[in-house]
Ligand binder design. Structure first.
Ligand code: ADP
Ligand code: MG
Length: 682
């Protein structure tokens, strides 16, 4: 008997070749198949009389084959199948490419459904490459809303439809994990209905409802996970650090600038959290250059002066070093021992021993902080910079428990995460449901707005001339090369080509260097170091340069293939310049001339800050393109649902209610477990 757990190889229609391809789509059981949702539908639900067909239209006809034949087109190396079909209203020509077997399947005299697009070929209106189905009983591929699935090479939507349709009666085995009262309140379909309707909906409104139910589920499960996490954390103990007003006041007074209001507010929120005997779990979210480091430093100062240890983890050596220098600088009047620990540190054993002995108050480092198996004497504050660069497990690893000397009970360090990725509210609510968030939206005063221009191929030369003048005036420039999906090799090739072009043809008189992910950390470090010291004029780089390195004299940035990046990402790159009193310029080079791309890029020129761009990105490209979101491994439907604020609110309320009323049954518990294994929130 077939059940939801039946392996797909046990279905007769699935042979070894298809099995491999289905596995590639992560489909192993019938249940997996049910949860492989179509991403859209072709609406072939109405049949149109042949006499009413128009060019450009997508239509379904029901007609009889009058004649059908194959022709080999030797010069094009393809087979053309053309047919003449007829219904009561008229006749039309049909053509297919490279499917010669059709002439055997669709024989003269057969009644067929054909769905496809109407085009003109040699001045004759014809139906080209239509989906076909012999007319007999209920249709699967034509004459209805036809599901189109995410597929892989050699596997068609048609094949997926062909195997799913006959199995759909098994949906009655699906047990709904959502408590009834939640379903009723949120007006949701039952799970079995939703599964049926998402695959083969009777009409678009039912398809919509099915999507809603299934999207709700994903959001609900994410939020239940994060809210539960929050609840768990609230039962843990932390060391309360009381607010030391004189210390903070004198520190702020010693700064060469005034804090912005947002910086003040964020610091205040952090001090309040630190004061509690539950661990803080706060995200400091501020645009590039908004001054998050100072805020983190204030928190570090307070904890260290109270006699507890602080650890700050950054994603790269360069950044860790930069933070180390800033902290040393900012805290030079304090009697605190600050250490730097990275993979490249030479005297690791000694540094580690000093941390264990409590001689080090603040340690700043890279992944080494969690890889080196350090035991802290009394770590009470863990800070993570550019937190989206770390996985959840890595973040948790830094927040190691310590055992208090007085009563031997475990306490959990307070956690402050920082990110410069502006996260739209809806996304933050969902993904970071377990975090409290402090926003820094206001930039420090006196920063000049970066002049940003979209440059099409015809204006390239003018921009190069301008850059030449800037560099002659002792400024520096970044050149960012296009993003090449998932291929580091190609990316390096493109950087190398760009480097050669610039250093040989365009700017032979300047000192140019290149930076990419394959370089050893030490090499990267050396290059950044030289760039910082102005021994390099132009730095050609892949997106590795994205994270917050400070190069004050860099006033120009070129972004090649700008249309391939998300708006938020472009904004992040641009944040590398304009850190100085001098006017800075950002050139977005694009070869794309489509209106859509240009409109999207124009948003960069008009948006008031990164948050506005993030919202736009979410609307235009969906959550999937957010830096970092890919790594969560969220299902596509969850991604798609993230721009539905209403659904997010509803699912959040439901998750809270389920927690409060303790409605988690064993079904739901199981579902949660599975869900959490597949995503990486925990
Ligand atoms: P980010 O938020 O991107 O990490 P940083 O903390 O690196 O930004 O700050 C960027 C620069 O702005 C630093 O050089 C810092 O000294 C400076 N800065 C921070 N706060 C202020 C302020 N209130 N006024 C002026 N400059 C500031
Ligand atoms: Mg920073």
């Amino acid at each position: 008997m077939l059940t939801l757990d039946t392996k797909i190889e046990e279905i007769k229609k699935v042979g070894p070749a298809y099995l491999k391809k289905l596995h590639k789509l992560n489909i192993k059981t019938i249940r997996d198949l049910f949860f492989h949702f179509p991403h859209r539908y072709d609406d072939f639900s109405q049949t149109t009389p042949i006499s009413q067909l128009k060019e450009g239209q997508k239509a379904t006809i029901e007609a009889k084959i009058v004649e059908i034949k194959n022709t080999r087109l030797y010069h094009k190396r393809m087979t053309l199948t053309d047919a003449l079909v007829k219904d009561n209203s008229g006749t039309i020509k049909v053509v297919w490419f490279n499917q010669p077997y059709l002439a055997d399947t669709l024989k003269k005299g057969k009644l067929v459904n054909l769905s496809g697009k109407l085009t003109f070929s040699k001045n004759i209106l014809c139906l080209s490459n239509p989906v076909y189905e012999l007319s007999q009983g209920e249709t699967v591929h034509t004459g209805r809303l036809v599901p189109i699935y995410p597929t892989t090479e050699g596997l068609t939507s048609r094949y997926i439809r062909y195997i799913i349709k006959p199995l759909l009666n098994l949906t009655n085995q699906i047990i709904d994990f959502l408590p009834d009262e939640i379903k009723k309140k949120s007006k949701l379909l039952n799970l079995d209905e939703a599964i049926k309707e998402i695959h083969f909906p009777d009409n678009l409104s039912l398809a919509q409802k099915a999507r809603q139910r299934l999207g709700f589920d994903e959001l609900f499960l994410i939020q239940l996970t994060t809210l539960r996490q929050k609840q768990k954390l609230s039962h843990e103990k932390a060391i309360p650090i009381s607010f030391n007003q004189p210390l903070v006041k004198s520190f702020v007074k010693s700064l060469p600038f005034k804090l912005t209001n947002d910086q003040r507010l964020a610091a205040w929120e952090i001090f309040q959290d630190l004061n509690k005997d539950q661990p803080m779990n706060r995200l400091l979210n501020g645009d590039v250059g908004s001054g998050k480091t100072i805020v983190a430093c204030m928190a570090g100062l307070e904890v260290a002066q109270a006699g507890y240890q602080v650890a700050l983890m950054a994603p790269t050596e360069i950044l860790a070093k930069q933070h180390f220098q800033s902290f040393q600088n900012l805290l030079k009047k304090q009697k605190l021992k600050i250490a730097l620990l990275t993979g490249a540190s030479k005297n690791k054993t000694q540094i580690k021993k000093q941390i264990t002995d409590g001689k080090t108050d603040i340690v700043i480092g890279t992944h080494a902080l969690i890889q080196e198996n350090i035991s802290f004497k009394n770590l009470s504050l863990a800070i993570i910079d550019e937190q989206h660069r770390f996985g959840i497990a890595q973040r948790a690893a830094l927040q190691k428990k310590i055992y208090s000397i007085e009563d031997g009970l475990p306490t959990t360090p307070h956690l402050l995460s920082m990110t410069a990725t502006p996260i739209p509210r809806t996304l933050a609510l969902t993904i970071y449901g377990d975090l409290d968030i402090s926003l820094i939206q206001e930039l420090p005063k006196g920063r000049k707005k970066i002049i940003t221009k979209i440059v099409t191929p015809t204006n390239r030369k003018k921009s190069y001339d301008f850059i030449r003048k800037q560099i002659e005036n002792k400024k520096q420039a970044f050149v960012i090369c296009p993003l090449i999906d998932e291929s580091e090799k190609l990316e390096i090739k493109s950087v190398t080509q760009e480097y050669e072009k610039l250093s040989q043809e365009i700017f032979p008189q300047f000192r140019i260097a290149m930076l990419h992910g394959k370089l050893k950390p030490k090499e990267k470090e050396e290059i950044m170091d030289k760039f910082q010291k102005r021994k390099i004029d132009i730095l050609v780089s892949t997106s590795v340069v994205e994270v917050g390195v400070d190069i004050p004299k860099a006033t120009v940035m070129i972004i090649e293939g700008a249309d391939r990046f998300g708006l938020s990402q472009l904004h992040q790159f641009r944040g590398r310049i304009g850190r100085d009193i001098h006017q800075s310029y950002c050139y977005l080079f694009t070869d794309s001339n489509t209106q859509k791309t240009n409109q999207r890029l124009k948003a960069i020129l008009t948006a008031k800050d990164g948050f506005e761009l993030a919202e736009k990105d979410l609307k235009i490209r969906g959550a999937g393109d957010f830096i970092g979101t890919r790594q969560w491994g969220l299902p596509d439907l969850a991604m798609a649902s993230l721009d539905d604020l209403n659904l997010i609110k509803k699912s959040r309320q439901a998750a809270q209610e389920v927690l409060d009323k303790k409605l988690i049954n064993s079904e739901l518990e199981n579902k949660l477990k599975n869900f959490q294994q597949n995503i990486h929130l925990e």
